[in-house]
Design a protein around this ligand. Structure first.
Ligand code: HEC
Length: 117
């Protein structure tokens, strides 16, 4: 009886230490890293323009007729700060919303100087 009890305790300790070390090695990456990566790779042509074309230019273009025009680099960059304000507050696009990832891309691009890259 006594031996059996000891054995069970050892087994429990072994199980616990395996379990705890598994937890330690599975620590998740901080969420911030994702945004840092987005900021490192953001470009007008590959990251920002597709979002604007998809969600904004049906209204904000010479065809759409809504001021400000956002359908070229010059037009968008000269309105960069108000674009950021509108998408961060989710006032734009009217009738829907950008995803959090899309908003992060626009924010990074504007804060890095709204470059034509
Ligand atoms: C369905 C049409 C529509 C879509 C899509 C749309 N907008 Fe607008 N936008 C408007 C209208 C209408 C106004 C002016 C009235 C208002 O401010 O509510 C406006 C105003 C603005 C303004 C000027 C705000 C100010 O300072 O007066 C900005 C900047 C803007 N939109 C950015 C965007 C961006 C960026 C997107 C895409 C993410 C977008 N809009 C999508 C219709 C639209």
């Amino acid at each position: 009886m006594k031996i059996n009890f000891k054995f069970r305790n050892h087994f429990l300790m072994l199980f616990l230490s395996v379990f705890l070390s598994a937890c330690l090695t599975n620590v998740e990456e901080p969420i911030d890293n994702e945004e840092v990566d987005v900021c490192e790779t953001v470009t007008y042509a590959l990251s920002v323009k597709p979002i604007i074309d998809n969600s904004c230019t049906q209204c904000h273009s010479s065809n759409g007729g809504q001021f400000p025009n956002l359908d070229s680099y010059n037009a968008l960059s000269s309105n960069a700060s108000s674009v950021l304000l509108e998408v961060e507050s989710r006032r734009m696009p009217i009738g829907s919303s950008l995803t959090t990832a899309e908003i992060a891309i626009i924010k990074c691009w504007v804060e890095k100087g709204a470059l034509n890259n």
